[in-house]
Every structure is written in C-alpha cells, then in structure tokens.
Design a protein around this ligand. Structure first.
Ligand code: DGY
Length: 408
C-alpha cells in the first residue's frame, strides 16, 4: 500500500492548480464544491496547511446570501460546458448558480481534529462562513424539514433514477443548440443521456433568467426534490458545527433547533412501503421509490435504522464492491452509467464513517471492499460494483483522497 499511498498523493499534487484542486484533468477542469472538501481531507494526511487552503479558496466564492456554489471558475477552460457565461452566477468569483452537498464543515472538523493547534485559527475564520452557508439552506431549501434540491447536479448524484419522474415533467423544447463536452472526454455509455442533459441545461437557463433569485425559483422551478444526500449531509454538518462551536466558544445560537428540524426532516424521507429512506418530489409529494447509496447516509447523520440495515446487507450481498448507487434489484440498475448503479468511493467513505461511529457490524466490510476495489482497479471516478471495472474520469482527486484518508 506504500506505493498506492504515493500514487494517491501524486494525483492530488497533479490536480493541484495552486490553492485549489480540480477533480480530474479534461472532464472537470475547475474547483468543485464537495470534491474540494474530500481533497482537503486527503491533503490533511500529508500537508495540513494545504488542506485548510483548499477550503479557504472554496469560500472565496461564497455569495452574499451565504450560498457556496458547486463550481468555481477560477480561470476559464473551453473544454467544459456549461461554463461561466451560461451560468451567470452572481457571486464574487465566476461560478455556477447552484450548490452541492454541504460536507465542508464535517471535513473541516476532521481536519481540525488531526491538529487542533494548527487548525484553530483556520477553523475560527471558516466557522461563520460555514454557518452562513448552512443558514442559507435552512432559510431557502427546507420542505417538511428535509433539504430539497433545485437541479440534479446539486445533490451531486446527477442522473440517479430518483430524478426520472420530476425530470419527465420538464419540457426542454426551447433549450436551443449546445455542444456537450463531457462525452468528448469519456465514453457516452458512462454518462447521462441526452434526455437528462437537455433538462440540466434548461434548468440552468431558467436559473440564470431569474438571476438565481431563491424566492422566485421556489415559485417557478418545476424541479424540487427533497433528497437524502442533502438532508443527511446538512444534518451531520450542523452537528459538526455545534461541536466545534462549543469547543472553541463560538456562536452556536440556533444550531440545536436546526438539528431538531433536520432530524424531523430526515424522518419525512422515510418511505414506509419501500422500507428505506428515499427522495420525495416536493411538487407532487410522490416518492422516488429508490434505494440509493444516499439512503445509507442515515448513520453518517447520526440516525440508526434496523430496516435500513437490512437493506444495506441486501445490496452489499448483491454486488462485489462497495455500495451501489442504485438498487441492483431494480430494472433501472446500470453498473456503468454514472449514478444509476456504479459504486463511488466517496459515498462509501461517508456511509462507512457513519457505520464506524455507530459500531455497525457492516462497517469493516464496506471499508475492506472499497480498499480492495481501489487497490485492484485504481483511482477512477467510479466503478462497476459487480466486477470493479473502472469508469468515468481517471486519476481522480476524490478517489485518491478517500484512499489516503480512509480506505488504505
Ligand atoms: C457535470 O458537468 O457533469 C457535473 O456533474 C456538473 O456538476
């Protein structure tokens, strides 16, 4: 594993663009929000100051309303679409207009714990910014206490079958001509379909037209889905801020109430017929009826569930490696198409952290199969969970970071 440790560190260094890290060359040439949070934890294993810098650079792009964008376009790159002009982000640095799962506070907490003395000044400076971002979610994005997304890219799980029904309702007839770049970097069979892409771009055009105004988007946007990724990660992140705030004597006003609200929001995502946490369409109230890898983030958020454990045991026994992003028993399962089946090291890590903290009997199995997967198949963006074959981008920052900080 010494050799793999070195390879992983080299990937982080190669993808370092000076203060921030790109996910992978070509396919994703900018700073992505949750990718950077993983990168920071990876750097923290060998260069703690660089770890803090990663998060600090991300927060230079925070909008006035507190939102932290999902892509930050520090310098332009014609190899990516949709770029800064298509988005028309209104923040201090060119950016997209949507956010991503709020894991930065959790990663900051973990990095702080590795070296509290070096971490303290960084943590103190970052804390109010993290609170402002979380407050933005609490103000604009709650439905029955669960966090909803306004674009499939927000949950980070772009083309999961959970969004199929709400995406169906969008008519992208007027989206116009555009040229996809992603399929010039990796094979189209591993990427979202044109059906999905037209709607991704249509939603971006609508957001830009409304100047990313949250009250207006709330009224006009047909795509609003309460999602386990966002709800569980925010709940967890609020717990981390509360712990940090108490330890450092910082302002914790309102956090305990936020946590209670999000806990009841998490319960609002329990689908009793499916016997699993599930996504819920805010517009129609309909369930997605999907057991996804995000369903298994409950432990990460501090919530135990014997029924969800039974589901985990089942899906783990149906594949060889890790947690599949979509239920292998579903007819929509596709082992190579992005979030419709592949296993993702990052999700395995978040799920695994939760399982470990709760002394769950499946914790070690998940870590071991993720370790074997990366050791045998490299640092790919994601993997077919049935045979481990690598898919998507190569030399991927977050897979390298997962190796260094958890799987190795
Ligand atoms: C993409 O371009 O595919 C990204 O997932 C958007 O964040």
């Amino acid at each position: 594993t010494k050799d793999l440790d070195k390879q992983a560190r080299d990937i982080l260094k190669q993808n370092d663009r000076g203060g921030y890290t790109i996910p992978t060359k070509g396919l994703y040439p900018y700073q992505w929000n949750w990718d950077s949070a993983f990168a920071a934890l990876g750097f923290a294993q060998f260069d703690i100051e660089r770890a803090w810098q990663e998060l600090e650079t991300l927060f230079t792009a925070q909008w006035d309303d507190g939102m932290v964008p999902h892509i930050v376009f520090h310098q332009s790159d014609p190899g990516y679409f949709p770029g800064p002009d298509i988005w028309g982000g209104t923040g201090p640095v060119p950016s997209s207009g949507i956010t991503q799962p709020p894991i930065a506070a959790t990663m900051a907490h973990l990095i702080y714990q590795l070296d509290p003395q070096k971490g303290e000044p960084h943590m103190r400076a970052l804390y109010p910014k993290l609170r402002a971002w979380h407050d933005w979610f609490m103000q604009w994005r709650l439905d029955q206490g669960a966090v909803y997304i306004t674009h499939p890219w927000e949950a980070g799980r772009d083309n999961t079958p959970e969004w199929d029904a709400p995406m169906e309702r969008i008519d992208p007839a007027n989206v116009g001509e555009y040229e996809r770049r992603d399929t010039q970097h990796v094979d189209g069979s591993m990427r979202p379909t044109k059906f999905d892409y037209d709607r991704y771009i249509w939603l971006v055009q609508m957001g830009k037209r409304l100047n990313w105004n949250q009250p207006q988007l709330r009224v006009e946007n047909p795509f609003q889905v309460a999602d386990p990724t966002m709800t569980f990660t925010l709940l967890r992140a609020q717990r981390d801020l509360l712990a940090l705030g108490e330890a450092l004597g910082l302002n914790i006003n309102g956090l305990a109430d936020d946590i209670l609200r999000l806990e009841s929001g998490a319960q609002s995502l329990w689908n009793p017929e499916l016997q699993s946490f599930d996504a819920r369409d805010v517009r129609t109230g309909e369930w997605a009826n999907c057991v996804s890898n995000a369903s298994f983030l409950c432990w990460y958020a501090g919530i135990d569930s014997p029924e969800q454990s039974a589901q985990l045991e089942r899906v783990l026994s149906q594949v060889k490696y890790g947690v599949p992003s979509h239920d292998p028993a579903s007819p929509k399962f596709d082992g190579r198409r992005y979030w419709r089946g592949p296993t993702w090291a990052i999700m395995n890590q978040l799920i695994g952290l939760g399982l470990e903290e709760m002394n769950h009997p499946l914790a070690e199995k998940l870590r071991a199969t993720t370790r074997d997967l990366i050791a045998a198949h490299g640092f790919a963006e994601y993997f077919d969970p049935t045979d481990g074959s690598p898919a998507g981008g190569k030399a991927f920052t977050w897979t390298a970071a997962v190796w260094l900080s958890w799987a190795n």
